[in-house]
Design a protein around this ligand. Structure first.
Ligand SMILES: [Fe+2]
Length: 382
């Protein structure tokens, strides 16, 4: 069977150091009235928010700021931002922040003109037409939300976390300026960067991968493998920040048009339950997923091993070489390698497995999982 796929990306991507210096000049062609969606603290403390608003002022844009986005945005937060945006008659929504801020702004932009509250869309009503343009200004390098067509939200009343998806949620314009990522701590750099790396690896081995996504994510893997440890070591080196931002961007472009795999699938069950960050949860799982898939992906793992220049010992298969190198990589960026290091009891870890909550990224794995094998995989990550 031949290749058959759909590939979607934001209409424009501006990448590079200082691209964000005068964003008002770019935005003035899209609209005059903007809502800036952001978090409570970091972009204010780093001075990035001031820089953006000064540029909007210089270029005659009118704006209002909604700075109430929390990690894992709730439906209530989306509704409050949406009401403000509608009352303000905004012509575009600007997200300035990390993954949660991007997810929140994205869905607010998409809902304008489609509805007054998020609830029906969270329950599955489709978004059938474009909202207002959504502008993404990521301040972390890793989640990839700036490129994707889904927004992950949490209903705090029921505890349900779910994605709202629509091609109409894709960004009108993404501006990736590595300057914006300078204030990330070594830990945040490591957990967001490892997420980008794992998204690239899983997108490459996904049954939904395609020639375009493969080309993008292989390039991403090479860049992130080489430069992420350097940036964790020295976050002030702007050139290395640029390489990581580029790797993260390429990963996101490919990942958004392929899919994730079991490391993501299991991490969604484990991370929230034990309050372990998404990136770190995926990082612990990845080597064991590589080992589980050793036979179905031996060729692909060999490509990766060659791309990142691991010295093959010839004594082990490419999957094992890659898994060992990945664990060594985690040491280099100071991330933990086993769930017991997070004080998670083994029996509680295994208890997250429930037939009703196993996602597609696990069930579509080319080597099907028996229930006992899922438990084995978690055990080996403990
Ligand atoms: Fe991820």
């Amino acid at each position: 069977m031949g290749d058959s796929f759909v590939f979607r990306l934001p209409r424009e991507i501006f990448f590079g150091t200082n691209q964000g210096n005068d964003i008002g000049k770019i935005l003035v062609n899209i609209g005059k009235r903007a809502i800036i969606i952001t978090g409570r603290k970091s972009v204010k403390e780093s001075g990035i928010l001031d820089k953006i608003t000064q540029s909007l002022d210089r270029n005659g844009l009118i704006y209002s700021i909604f700075d109430q986005v929390e990690p894992e945005p709730s439906l209530d937060t989306v509704n409050r931002g949406l009401k403000l945006s509608i009352d303000f008659n905004c012509e575009m929504v600007i997200s300035l922040g990390g993954g949660s801020v991007l997810d929140c702004g994205k869905v607010i932009a998409g809902l304008i003109g489609n509805g007054k509250t998020i609830q029906p869309f969270f329950e599955g009503v489709p978004i059938v037409k474009a909202g207002v343009p959504w502008i993404a200004l990521p301040t972390t390098a890793g989640t990839g939300s700036e490129m994707t067509s889904n927004s992950v939200l949490t209903d705090v009343d029921t505890g349900i976390k779910r994605s709202v998806r629509s091609p109409f949620l894709i960004s009108r314009l993404v501006i990736i300026d590595p300057n914006f990522t300078l204030s990330m701590s070594p830990y945040l750099t490591a957990v967001s960067g490892i997420d980008a790396l794992i998204q690239a690896i899983e997108a490459y081995t996904s049954p939904r991968s395609n020639p375009i996504s493969n080309a993008l994510v292989l390039e991403a893997i090479e860049l992130l493998w080489k430069y992420l440890p350097k940036v964790v070591q020295d976050g002030a080196n702007l050139l290395n920040r640029e390489y990581v931002a580029k790797g993260s961007m390429l990963s996101a472009m490919g990942f958004a048009n392929s899919s994730s795999g079991p490391a993501h699938g299991f991490s969604h069950l484990i991370g929230p339950k034990f309050s372990i960050s998404h990136g770190e949860t995926c990082a612990v799982l990845m080597p064991q997923v590589i080992r589980f898939n050793r036979e179905v992906f031996s060729k692909k793992y060999l490509h990766i091993v060659n791309k990142i220049g691991i010295k093959e010992t010839g004594k082990k298969d490419p999957a094992e070489e890659f898994a060992l190198a990945f664990e060594d990589f985690l040491d280099q960026i100071h991330l933990r390698k086993r769930f017991k290091e997070f004080n998670v009891p083994l029996d509680k870890l295994i208890s997250v497995l429930n037939i009703n909550n196993i996602g597609k990224n696990i069930t579509e794995n080319p080597r099907p999982f028996q229930s006992s094998e899922m438990a084995e995989l978690l055990k080996s990550s403990w």
